[in-house]
Ligand binder design. Structure first.
Ligand code: ADP
Ligand code: MG
Ligand code: MG
Length: 205
C-alpha cells in the first residue's frame, strides 16, 4: 500500500488481535520472569475487544479508529501497558485527525506523538528497559517516502531495540523491583511493541 488507509489500519488491528492471541503465552512467559506474568493476557484481552468493536461499529476514518483503539485499551487492559498503549493510540488519533490516509511523514507524526504521550505518562527514558526501547528506535528509523519499506525498517529497528533490552537493568514498572535480577531477560513490553509495528508493516505490504 502507498499509504495507511482505513482498510489498511483495520487490517492492522485485526492482525494484531490474532498476533497477540498467538503470542500470548510467550508474552506471559517474558512477564513471568521479571513481572507479574499478565502481559500476554492483558494484550490478548484488550485487542480482542478492539477487534469486536471494530466489527460492531466500523469507524469512519483512521483518526476515529485510533481513538476507538485507545479508549478500548484503556478500559479493558489493566496494568501499566493498557494506559500506555491506550495513550499511544489516542495521541496518534489526534495527529491523524482530518487525514484520509497516512503517508510515511503522516504516520511518523502519529507515532512520534504517541511515543511522546507514553513518555509523558510513564516518565521513562531510553535505556530503562521498557517498551520505549523498541518504540523510540522505531520512530527514528521511519524515513524515506516508500511506505512499506519505511515500515519494515521501523519494525526492524524495534526488533533490535527489543533485543537490546535483555542486558539492561529495569528502572521502571514492576521489573524495576528486581533491580539487577532483571538483567538477562527481554522486556515484555518491548517484545509486544515489536509485534505492533511488525503487523503494521505486514498490513501495509
Ligand atoms: P503490569 O506491569 O502492570 O503488569 P503489563 O505486564 O501489561 O503491566 O506491562 C508491562 C510492560 O509495561 C513492561 O514490560 C514495560 O515495557 C511497560 N512499562 C511499565 N512501566 C512503564 C513506564 N513507566 N514507561 C513505559 N513503559 C512501561
Ligand atoms: Mg505484568
Ligand atoms: Mg499486572
Amino acid at each position: 500500500a502507498e499509504a495507511i488507509t482505513l482498510p489498511v489500519a483495520t487490517d492492522w488491528l485485526n492482525r494484531l488481535a490474532a498476533r497477540y492471541a498467538t503470542e500470548r503465552d510467550w508474552l506471559v512467559e517474558l512477564d513471568s520472569a521479571i513481572g507479574d506474568g499478565d502481559h500476554g493476557a492483558n494484550l490478548a484481552r484488550g485487542f480482542a475487544a478492539v477487534r469486536d468493536k471494530l466489527q460492531a461499529a466500523p469507524p469512519a476514518d483512521v483518526a476515529a479508529l485510533f481513538r476507538l483503539v485507545g479508549m478500548t485499551l484503556i478500559s479493558t487492559v489493566g496494568g501499566a501497558s493498557g494506559p500506555l498503549y491506550g495513550t499511544l493510540f489516542l495521541e496518534a488519533g489526534k495527529k491523524a485527525a482530518g487525514a484520509a490516509s497516512l503517508d510515511v511523514a503522516g504516520w511518523r507524526a502519529c507515532l512520534e506523538a504517541g511515543v511522546a504521550g507514553i513518555r509523558a505518562r510513564g516518565k521513562a527514558e531510553a535505556g530503562e528497559k521498557t517498551m520505549l526501547d523498541a518504540l523510540l528506535p522505531a520512530v527514528a528509523a521511519l524515513d524515506g517516502t516508500a511506505l512499506p519499506a519505511a515500515l519494515l525498517a521501523s519494525a526492524a529497528a524495534a526488533t533490535h531495540g527489543s533485543d537490546a533490552t535483555i542486558p539492561l537493568i529495569a528502572r521502571k514498572g514492576r521489573a524495576s523491583y528486581l533491580g539487577e535480577r532483571s538483567v538477562g531477560h527481554r522486556d515484555p513490553g518491548a517484545a509486544s511493541s515489536v509485534m505492533l509495528l511488525d503487523e503494521l508493516a505486514q498490513a501495509a505490504a
